[in-house]
Design a protein. Structure first.
Length: 128
């Protein structure tokens, strides 16, 4: 059974996004991360264009972050004051990032820059 993705202009097995969402959501809950660093490269690996993967992954991040925040709040692990300030920075950064992607798309470099940025970021994070 295949799922047609009109923005990505491709079809994939319906179990791929469901399985990826489940796996990345589980890891997000365990480690307290949004999951984008995993989901975007995995979507690219399954043939989704990198700009579409990066933008679409936001849906999964919202779901995993909301459920993870709720679960951690129930056990008293959430600092809402810090979270509010992170939210402000994340909102501004997200808006600036989307404008950057528009510029890179116009130049024809968006896919390359996204892939190289992921490699660089994962390399830096992996060394610490």
């Amino acid at each position: 059974m295949y799922l047609y993705l009109p923005v990505a202009l491709t079809s994939i097995n319906i179990f791929i996004p469901v399985g990826l969402g489940l796996a990345v959501g589980l890891l997000s809950g365990l480690f307290g991360v949004g999951g984008g660093f995993l989901m975007t490269p995995l979507l690219i690996m399954f043939g989704i264009p990198s700009t579409v993967a990066a933008a679409t992954d936001s849906n999964q991040i919202v779901a995993a972050s909301t459920s993870g925040t709720y679960a951690h709040w129930k056990v008293g692990n959430v600092d809402f004051k810090m979270g509010f300030h992170l939210l402000i920075g994340g909102f501004i950064g997200g808006l600036v990032g989307v404008q950057g992607i528009k510029v890179l798309n116009a130049m024809g470099n968006a896919d390359f820059v996204i892939k190289m940025t992921y490699v660089l970021m994962l390399g830096i994070v992996g060394t610490y």
